[in-house]
Design a protein around this ligand. Structure first.
Ligand code: 5GP
Length: 196
C-alpha cells in the first residue's frame, strides 16, 4: 500500500480541532476522517462535519458490527473512527488523517504498524493548557479538571509517537504538522516506487 495513515493526538484544549481544519485547507488531497461520538454536540459544531453525533445505542450497534477502525472511551464519552470511509480511501491510494486520543492511536499502530505515522501535539506548558481549557467556555469547571488530569497521563504516551510538535501558534503548528505529513507521504510513495 502506498498511502499513509496519519494520526494526530494531544491533550484536550491543545488546538487539535483548529489545526485539523487548517490542515484540510492546506492539504486538500488529504482525507480527514470524521469520528463518531456519543458526546453532546456543542453549539458551534455541525453534525457530519465535526463529528457524527450518535446515541449510545447506535454507537454500540456500530461497534458490534465491527464498524470502528478504533474506538475509545475518552472523558466519559465514546469516540470511534468509522472503518469504511478510511479503508476505501487507503485502498485508493489516498492519505488519511485521524485526530484521535492516545488510546485510539495505540490501536491504529497495532493494526497498521508499517503505514501509520503518529504525531503528538503539545501545549507550550501545562499552565498554558489550563488557561486555554478554561478560556474556551465549552466545558464547565468539572470537565476542565477531568481534561487536565487526563492530559497529564496522555503526555506519558509521548514516546510511542513518531513526531511531536509544540503548538505555540496555530499558524506555526499547522505548518509543522503539514511539513511532516507532506514529507512522510512523499517518502513513502518515493520509496515504494524505488522498490518497483
Ligand atoms: P472532544 O470532546 O474535545 O471533541 O474530544 C475529546 C477527545 O476525543 C480528544 O482527545 C479527541 O482527539 C478524541 N477523539 C475524537 N475522535 C476520536 C476517535 O474517533 N477515536 C478516539 N480514540 N478518540 C477520538
Amino acid at each position: 500500500m502506498q498511502s499513509s495513515l496519519f494520526v494526530l493526538s494531544g491533550p484536550s484544549g491543545v488546538g487539535k480541532t483548529t489545526i485539523r481544519q487548517e490542515l484540510a485547507k492546506m492539504i486538500p488531497e488529504l482525507f480527514v476522517s470524521v469520528s463518531a461520538t456519543t458526546r453532546q454536540k456543542r453549539p458551534d459544531e455541525v453534525n457530519g462535519r465535526d463529528y457524527l453525533f450518535l446515541g449510545k445505542e447506535k454507537f454500540d450497534a456500530m461497534l458490534s458490527e465491527n464498524g470502528f477502525f478504533e474506538w475509545a472511551n475518552v472523558h466519559g464519552n465514546c469516540y470511534g473512527t468509522p472503518t469504511k470511509p478510511i479503508e476505501e480511501k487507503l485502498a485508493n491510494g489516498k492519505d488519511v488523517l485521524l485526530v484521535i486520543d492516545v488510546q485510539g492511536a495505540c490501536q491504529v499502530r497495532e493494526r497498521m504498524p508499517l503505514s501509520s505515522i503518529l504525531i503528538f501535539l503539545l501545549p507550550p506548558s501545562l499552565d498554558e493548557l489550563k488557561s486555554r481549557l478554561s478560556g474556551r467556555k465549552s466545558d464547565d469547571d468539572e470537565q476542565v479538571k477531568i481534561r487536565l488530569e487526563n492530559a497529564k497521563s496522555e503526555l506519558k504516551s509521548l514516546l510511542n509517537y513518531d513526531y511531536s510538535v509544540v503548538n505555540h501558534t496555530i499558524a506555526q503548528a499547522t505548518h509543522d504538522v503539514a511539513s511532516i505529513i507532506k514529507w512522510c507521504s512523499y517518502r513513502r510513495k518515493y520509496d515504494r516506487q524505488g522498490k518497483n
